[in-house]
Design a protein around this ligand. Structure first.
Ligand code: NAP
Length: 244
């Protein structure tokens, strides 16, 4: 079984499957982060070389089931898995957590790209809590009339950062109290986030609501039409069913 990972769900799945007799489970990571949280069991780091490379890996290693538990914004990997599994007639399950629940008490601006999010600034706010991650930061590099608190796991390319910023290297899970502290300390007045969903990063939305901050939410990219479950529990049930 191959688990395409980089998420909490992928780690939880690897842990749940690690001691199952008769199943070899390999988790894979893109290798972007220097010190990733590693899943339990066998781990492979690095890309496959597109759908062809993944298809070759599936054949060579005799993979019978691929579980795509990558992040909702890891678009290329999901399309690659879909193509490779189609080509090799391999079972594919997608594990994708539901998007953030829209809170009617929050001023919510849904946009389809980071560029569209940047275009709403500084009109939507001049003190920005930017939590969209290291990749794609360049979309905000030209916004010169706003301050950004940029939070990401690892240091971004300095050229991608907007001129007026503070950088915070940290990774979740975050607490509402911690997020409120950041909002207050930096006088933040707008939150920009991807629609990642899940509980690890939900605290920022609760904090934004408490302080009355508008939220700019980048919608998820399009996904292949693969069989999908929403969490680890459902994935395990699917696997048990497939076994039986
Ligand atoms: P991406 O754009 O879909 O992936 C780019 C390339 O990286 C893929 O084509 C693939 O290379 C390789 N790759 C991605 N995920 C992989 C995996 N789990 N195992 C092996 N190779 C992988 O993905 P991304 O947005 O750069 O994200 C990279 C990783 O970080 C993903 O594993 C994702 O789950 C995790 N992550 C992403 C985000 C986010 O906001 N994008 C947030 C949290 C975690 P080849 O084509 O060579 O196979």
């Amino acid at each position: 079984m191959l688990i395409l990972g980089g998420t909490g769900e992928a780690r939880a799945l690897a842990a749940a499957l690690d001691d199952r007799a008769g199943v070899r489970v390999v988790s894979t990571l893109a290798g972007r982060i220097a010190r990733p949280r590693l899943p339990r069991g066998e781990v492979r780091v690095g890309g496959f070389g597109g759908p062809e490379g993944l298809a070759a890996y599936i054949r060579e290693e005799g993979v019978e089931t691929v579980i795509d538990a990558t992040h909702p914004f890891a678009e290329r990997m999901s399309w690659s898995a879909f193509a490779a599994c189609g080509r090799t007639h391999t079972a594919l399950l997608r594990v994708e957590r539901p998007p953030f629940e829209r809170d009617p008490a929050v001023e919510w601006h849904e946009v389809s790209s980071l560029q569209d999010a940047a275009a709403l600034l500084p009109a939507a706010g001049r003190r920005v809590f930017l939590t969209t991650g290291r990749q794609g930061l360049a979309a905000f590099a030209a916004v010169s009339d706003a301050f950004f608190l940029v939070r990401c796991v690892e240091a971004p390319d300095p050229a991608a950062l907007p001129p007026d910023h503070a950088l915070l290297l940290d990774r979740g899970p975050f607490t509402v109290a911690g997020e409120l502290g950041l909002i207050d300390r930096h006088g933040l007045d707008v939150l920009v986030t991807k629609d990642s969903g899940g509980t690890m990063t939900q605290a920022k939305l609760a904090a934004a609501r408490t302080r009355g901050l508008p939220v700019i939410v980048v919608a998820r990219p399009s996904r292949p039409d693969a069989e999908t479950v929403r969490d680890v529990e459902q994935a395990l049930a699917w696997l048990d069913h497939a076994d039986g």
